[in-house]
Design a protein around this ligand. Structure first.
Ligand code: PLP
Length: 400
């Protein structure tokens, strides 16, 4: 029989896409669904960026480029990283890829050897690709549980216990998907103290939501003394400039840049040529559109958090960043007789026409943390109000 490898058969995925197909099926049947599933800004890519992409196409910039990207874009990313992270980044350290996502796999592939018991610590709940890639490449996944009582961050003592001589990589994601939590500078300083004695330990700083921080300045662990050389700064144009489909992301690390370049040569050859010009425009032109977008998201966050906290059974912290909220629905599940967040999610979808993701889509249950669902508030104020109203109606109708 034709063989499919175990790693392929067991490869994890983003279950958000499973829920999306459920939503699309309902919509095709003519049902109106208010969706809070999608992790991308609902605003179009700003005009000047789109025009830069079109100009590049009409000028014939459509062939292969160097694998790490065109020099002008690598320089623009280096300047942007230097400006926003408070560290000095050289263009030679920067590699441009097809989105931020590929750098997760490239980094794991570059710092672990399969079967050696090399451990990778990652946030749980977290972006599901972390676990999928750690397992696929033969490293040992070590989940670092996030706790509501810590503002949806992890307990630093827990990290201290989990770091060992076998740890090769610590994945940090601030601001965080799915909770919206952000690490403070003090927490980053403590993380730096914890990892300092471990010379083989790399940090993957997934900072794709860095432009969406609401109540404080964005902080990168790369700026903490001693962390710069061991940190991969990873970011992308997707969320900051509403460019998810353009597939442009970037990472910086002096030692790994040549390695990443080889991975890009081995996989995509290079990021899409005209799109690199669009990203160049995004990074070098006025940042006003991105700042305006952040302000809109901040207002939506305040609206959805206040609204959720008014619904009986919901308890929602106000997250510091990204465009997600992660309300605790343990009591709501109890009130409507749902066994867990997944059953509750289905009730919201099929009875109230509101689409959210459940905590099982982001990892394994954390003992003592109860049930959670994720709302992406990358949707209009009207959709937020309508969604909240529908949920309140369902709770009223269903409460036993
Ligand atoms: N990292 C996190 C935490 C994300 O939530 C996402 C997308 O949702 C990505 C990385 C990948 O983003 P992209 O590949 O579009 O840059």
């Amino acid at each position: 029989m034709l063989f499919v490898s175990r790693r392929a058969r067991e490869l994890g995925t983003e279950n958000a896409f499973v829920v999306l197909s459920e939503v699309e099926k309902l919509q095709a049947e003519g049902k109106r669904v208010v969706s809070f599933c999608i992790g991308q800004p609902d605003m179009p890519t700003p005009d000047h960026i789109r025009l830069a992409g079109i100009r590049a196409i009409t000028e014939g910039k459509t062939g292969y480029t160097a694998s790490p990207g065109i020099p002008a874009l690598r320089k623009a990313v280096a300047d942007y990283f230097s400006r926003t992270r408070g560290v000095s980044v050289d263009p030679g350290e920067v590699v441009v890829g097809c989105g931020g996502k590929p750098f997760i796999g490239y980094t794991i592939l570059s710092v672990i050897d399969p079967g050696e018991g090399h451990e990778v610590i990652y946030p749980n709940p977290g972006f599901p690709i972390y676990h999928a890639q750690i397992a696929a490449h033969g490293a040992v996944p070590v989940p670092l549980d996030l706790r509501e009582s810590k503002g949806h961050n992890f307990d630093l003592d827990d990290l201290r216990r989990k770091v060992t001589k076998k740890t090769r990589l610590l994945i940090l994601n601030s601001p965080h998907n799915p909770t919206g939590g952000a690490l403070s500078r003090a927490e980053m300083e403590e993380i730096a103290r914890i990892v300092a004695p471990y010379e083989d330990l790399w940090i993957y700083a997934d900072e794709v939501y860095c432009a969406l921080v609401y109540d404080a300045a964005f902080q990168s662990i790369a700026s903490i003394p001693g962390m710069r050389d061991r940190t991969v700064i990873a970011d992308s144009a997707s969320k900051t400039y509403s460019m998810t489909g353009w597939r442009i992301g970037y990472a910086a690390n002096a030692k790994l840049a040549p390695v990443f370049t080889r991975w890009v040569t081995n996989t995509d050859s290079c990021p899409p040529h005209p799109n690199q010009y669009a990203a160049l425009e995004a990074l070098t032109a006025s940042q006003e559109p991105s700042e305006k977008m952040r302000e809109i998201f901040r207002q939506r966050r305040d609206r959805i958090v206040a609204g959720l906290n008014r619904i009986p059974g919901f308890r929602c912290l106000k997250p510091g960043g990204a465009f997600y909220v992660w309300p605790n629905v343990t009591e709501a599940c109890r009130m409507v007789g749902a066994a867990d967040s997944e059953e509750f999610r289905k009730m919201l979808l099929y009875e109230a026409g509101v689409a959210v993701l459940a905590d099982i889509h982001f990892g394994t249950a954390v003992a003592g943390e109860g049930q959670h669902v994720r709302f992406s508030y990358a949707s209009s104020f009207e959709a937020i109000d309508e969604g909240l109203e529908r949920i309140a109606g369902l709770m009223k109708k269903r409460t036993k």
